[in-house]
Design a protein around this ligand. Structure first.
Ligand code: FMN
Length: 219
């Protein structure tokens, strides 16, 4: 059985009375999960909507706690790390991680960055050893697949596209994903939302086709 973890990060909901206000990235996530479950039932699914329930930002006390060995942590420090502990537990159980993300200011939403800051944690998801030379960090987890399903208002963010250099969403997540134990990274993106024309409809339809193809390939 494969365990799926779906992390949504748009501030927008999916149940607005006017459907044009609904989150597109969350829609891509639902298509992915529906297709996955129809091919691979009864795989398990944990879902977290960071847009509706944002994770805490890390603090000076949080950093001090993670750098204190487990045996020496005070009860307050243990309590402060409970949120991070449970997010890391969810990650640990996952074989396939689906992150749905809007592009905000050419990068990821703050709530998603807050989630990464909570889960990429020393001696939990990575080790740090200067004996490794200039690249002292190594992931602890392994073998995971990450699918990023994203939506943006503009277009041309693919390699070779007119806005390739402005894309700090997929490339950023691709780099950090190593520390989640990700070994296979895929991105499917819908573009042109702000133009609301046929190019957007076509991009969304293509994203749906790509999702179906990817699920069939991974199943
Ligand atoms: C605060 C904010 C910032 C945005 N910044 C960008 C941007 O930098 N580039 C872009 O192409 N679209 C940008 N957009 C448009 C969104 O990426 C687009 O509306 C996308 O569909 C949002 O995802 P969602 O439909 O899942 O909510 C922005 C939208 C918002 C609300």
């Amino acid at each position: 059985m494969t365990n799926l973890l779906k992390i949504d990060s748009s501030a927008r909901r999916t149940d607005n009375s006017e459907s044009r206000y609904n989150s597109i990235s969350k829609q891509l996530g639902s298509w992915f999960v529906d297709e996955w479950m129809s091919c691979n039932h009864p795989d398990s699914l944990i879902q977290r909507d960071l847009g509706l329930n944002p994770p805490s930002f890390i603090s000076q006390e949080w950093i001090a706690s993670v750098f204190t060995s487990q045996e020496r942590r005070t009860p307050e420090q243990h309590a402060l790390l409970e949120e991070s502990d449970s997010l890391i537990d969810e990650l640990d159980q996952a074989d396939v991680i689906i992150i749905t993300a809007p592009m905000y200011n050419y990068g990821m939403p703050a709530v998603l960055k807050a989630w990464f800051d909570q889960v990429v944690r020393i001696d939990e998801t990575f080790t740090f050893d200067l004996a490794r030379g200039d690249f002292p960090l190594e992931p602890i987890m392994s073998g995971k697949t990450l699918i990023l399903l994203s939506s943006c208002g503009e277009f041309g963010f693919d390699p070779g596209g007119v806005r390739e250099q402005m894309n700090h969403l997929g490339p950023h997540i691709g780099v950090i994903s190593k520390y989640l134990g990700v070994e296979n990274f895929y991105e499917i993106r819908s573009e042109y939302q702000e133009f609301a024309d046929s190019r957007h409809q076509e991009s969304l339809a293509n994203a749906r086709k790509e999702i179906i193809k990817l699920v069939n390939r991974l199943s």
